[in-house]
Design a protein around this ligand. Sequence first.
Ligand code: ARG
Length: 578
Amino acid sequence: MSSIKQHLSNVVAAAINQATGLEDSNANVITASKPEFGDYQANGVMAIAKQQKANPRELAGRVIEHIDCEGDALIDKIEIAGPGFINIHLSPSALLDAANAAISDPELLVAKTMSPEKIVVDYSSPNLAKEMHVGHLRGTIIGDSLVRILERLGHQVVRQNHVGDWGTQFGMLIAYMQELSADESALNAGLSDLEDFYRAAKDRFDSDPAFADTARKCVVKLQSGDPEFLAAWERFIDESLKHCEALYDKLGVSLSRDDLDAESRYNDDLPRVIAELEAKNLLTESEGARCVFLDEFKGKEGDPLPLIVEKSDGGFLYSTTDLAAVRLRVKDKVDRSLYVVDARQSLHFQQVFAVARAAGFADNGISLEHIAYGTMMGKDGRPFKTRSGDIVKLIDLLDEGVRRAHAIVSEKNPALSEEERQLVAQRVGIAAVKYADLSKNRTSDYVFDWSTMLSFEGNTAPYLLYAYARIRSILRKAPDNATINHIVQIGAEEERALMLKTLQLPEVLEAVARDCYPNQLCNYLYELSGLFMRFYEACPILKADEETMNSRLALCNLTAETLHTGLGLLGIETLEQM
Ligand code: ARG
């Protein structure tokens, strides 16, 4: 079954087609903005009337003549409101049937897409010269959630961790490894903290010209494929990846070594990229560097803005690698390539995409999308740092979340054993950090604030996890002979509203898969929990007569499953008790 919204969009679009002859018109169906407007409203008629120079209300009247309410099980009645809105009320019995079908369907009626696509999701992608820091959090978890949702909808998802593992910094790191290599244990100790290791190497590089010279020679050796230097580089990369993996593990992110799409992979391809750009007459030399100038990119003064693809010393750049990667993705018949990367790289991606199109590396068969995200800020309104102004390591941030959650759970629920508290703290601490991020519109910057994200009130992970645990506890308290798999009544308005909400999961996922805003799923789960709380206050469950109790327990069950699935798609694990 397609989602309710999709079904209604199809029905209204078909009616518009019959009334006007227009094909593929946008019925613009949304969930009703107020209860008195029904369950859904179609707002598309106004725009079409304008286009056709028709009276919108009159057009809406002609459109609804073509909607067969009798024949459509889902639609109860339709009304025209205001200047030409079409308000749609759904049939209670059809809603009941759908809810019961959802209860017995492990997929909760989330259908696999009819048009599966091959989708590359390029996410996390840290620079391996250093440790992962807070700046990598957003890309990692937004990407993880998108991957889960796209897969759930039946797309073929290719995870790609486009790690930065190549370039001049590695010459410096190898040179420093060689300095320490006389003492294996000192080298091991050094590599155990890559942040310190990088800093120490950089200090050497900046203060000692002889070392800097060695470092430069190391790059050349490495790039010419010298086995000794390659081995040192591999050792460093392996260490660095282990750090990333420890983090992915803590975060519950599924990236593994199989998903690597490292920059180094494209090394041999780069001269070919340049040659093809050259053959297409796209290259211009500017101050010794080779650049592509496209008319659409201008600087502040209207001066032409280049995409530099080869430096004057013959070195290639980040952009060259990205062009090579686009080329490969097109060869691999990818339909969509999503780049979950910091918004500060927007210009880079616009240029890479445009050059890839101009050079014919990418054709219309591939959609290239920068899934940009804003910066995580401190309370001072600047990018999040430690008090002393240092970059915060991601691992430290997560550990602090768990510590804080432990203190809170110990205070709120002292009856739990230490072991249970640890589990709760682990889940809640990580969930709080992830959810605080995922629930914000990804394109905006946001302020990282422990007390808000760990609060049990508002749109937070603790609130949602608590709502879930509470429902589970109601279900545990049900008498042994209770049945929890059949809803028979939706007498109360609160029951109906909750049930309809549970049925909207498929359309929310469709929207996230299309637009890549996981905060839409967060908002949905928050609203769902709110509707549950309203239902719980208004409708007795365990104290009701048997039939009502069973029916309401079944609604609780459906709500719990929906929350569990939705949170799971955000990469958040639920708890049976908190
Ligand atoms: N390693 C880059 C960085 O740390 C991000 C790579 C994103 N992916 C890409 N295909 N450019 O900024």
